[in-house]
Each structure stands twice: as C-alpha cells, then as structure tokens.
Design a protein around this ligand. Sequence first.
Ligand code: 2P0
Length: 327
Amino acid sequence: MTNSATAVAHANIALAKYWGKRDETLAIPATSSLSLTLDAFHATTTVTVGAEADAGTLDGRPMSEGELGRVSRFLDLVRERAGSTARATVTSESTVPTGAGLASSASGFAALAGAAAAAYGLDLDPRDLSRLARRGSGSAARSVFGGLVVWHGGTDDATSYAEPVPGGEAGGPLDPAMAVVVLDAGQKSVSSRVAMRRTVETSPFFPGWVESTEQDVRLMLDAVAAGDLAALGALAESNALRMHATMLGARPPVRYWTAHTVAVLDEVQALRAEGLPCWATIDAGPNVKVLCSGADLDVVATALARGTDGDEARRVVTARPGPDLRV
Ligand code: 2P0
C-alpha cells in the first residue's frame, strides 16, 4: 500500500458565489455555485502516513495550532473511512497568498483531500473526492475539477458535490480568462467562515440572496451552453455585488472592500464603455478578479495594471482555465 501521496490542485474563483451554509458540520451550502478554476495559482500537498502525531508545514513553516487542528480534523474524516488510526505528516506549498480572498483554502483543501485519500488507500472517484474536499473547505469541492465547475448545493452529504461544466476550455467558444488584480495580499480581518455565519444569522437580505443565486446559477449555465460570455459576465458581476450587499446587511456589517476595490470597479466599467468586454467579481477580500475573453486578456491586464488610483502596490496576474486535480 502506498503510504505517501502528493496532489496538486488549482484555485478557483466563483462566478456565482457560495456565501452561507445550511449545515455547518457537513459544509452543505445554502446555494449552488459556479466557478472557474485558474491555471495561475495552485497548492501542492504531500501526505505521508505513519507518524507519532499529525504534523504539518505550510510553505516551509510549521502550521499554526489552528491550521494544524483544521488539517487534523480533516484527516480524521479520511481515517474514519479508511479504518486507520495512523497519524500523518502534511507538507503543503502554495502559490496563492493565504487568507486574502484569493481562494487559498479551496486549492489547499482540494490538494489535501487528493493526497490524503491516496495516502490512506481510499479509492474515490472525482465526485466523491469533491464531497470529501467540501468537508475541509466548501469551495475546495470545486477545485477538484478544471475549467468551469458547478457545485450542486444539495441537501445532504451525498447530494452536495461539484462537477465540470463543458464549455470552459481555453480557446473554446466561451474562452474564459481572468485578470486578477491583487491590491492587498495580506491576511483578511474576518475569515469567510465567520463572516458567512454572521451573514446567515443577521442579514435580513440573506433569503433574497439564496433565491436569486439559485436563479443566477441556472441562467449562467444557459449562458455557458450558448457560448455567451457577455451574458455570463454580466450575471457574475451582479451576483458578486449582491453577495457583498448581503454581507453589508449583517450586524456588525462585513465589508471587505477598500477605496482601491472601488477604483477597480470604476476602471472595469470604463473599459466596457470603451468597448472592451470585461466584468468584475470580488470575494472575501479587497482584490478584484476581472473576467474577459482569453483573446482580450493581455489588453485588459495591461489597462488594469496602469490603474487610476495611484496605488503602487497593485499587481495584476493573468490566468486562464486551469486543470483537474492531479494525484
Ligand atoms: C466562493 N468564497 O464561492 C465564495 C465567495 C468567498 C467569497 O467560498 O467556511 O473558504 O471553508 O466553507 O470555502 C470562501 O469560503 O469557506 C468562499 P468554508 P471557504 O468562492
């Protein structure tokens, strides 16, 4: 039996967002969501079974107590299924800045799920692997697959899984790509987990968010099937603004935007007015990801790199559809 395995998983950015759980323990989301896996950011994780106690490193430094606890609880799920009590060593390297709304937990837990399942000898198909990854971090369910991915929200462990959506390939009729505008790669002030919970519990807008997002996912799948990037992009930008409106309605409010975030939104609107099709989306942090066609990616990225807010720290990373999880 193999007792060491390495997996590589790529980050994903949601076009229809996951924000709020219906079941915290099982990580069942309140809504379905749709995402694009990116080639630009990935995590590489190795799990080696056979140690005194679970231990781990993240980008070469020992994991914090909190990080290790979360990894250890995830490994418990794998051990339970594998009928093993053996502890493991986990080493993870990521090209995604941790905790900055750049989907570090998605690629991190997808890679951990792939490596841990293999190291403990579980034979899981991709759907089951996505269900397992979901337990580590909801959005990790989507990073099991490349390109465009739908996460069916479902109602229980069996029905909440991700699967690829045809049409998200680079160079295809849709040819989706993203310019990632990194404004601040630092750790965010409120974790998405805490912010989601607060939104579910206190935002009066939450029921409207759930209803409209289910509808957005259906409309987006239609847009993908029709190869209509403009329809997909307009829905994505609106969905992201609705997610932020919903969390702004929480008490105390959750606000991830900075003045620089708003500057990028203005720039995207100006580029569209000039005839360059592109649409913004924002996650649990100040950074803005801009969806456009692969053919326009370099022009969009160059325009956004100039900026209008005099922010010297701004960086733009270009990304195209990324691959499936590899073990
Ligand atoms: C998403 N985000 O769909 C949304 C949009 C952030 C904003 O999924 O609590 O780290 O581990 O399930 O997956 C970030 O949430 O949360 C996220 P948990 P996760 O990409």
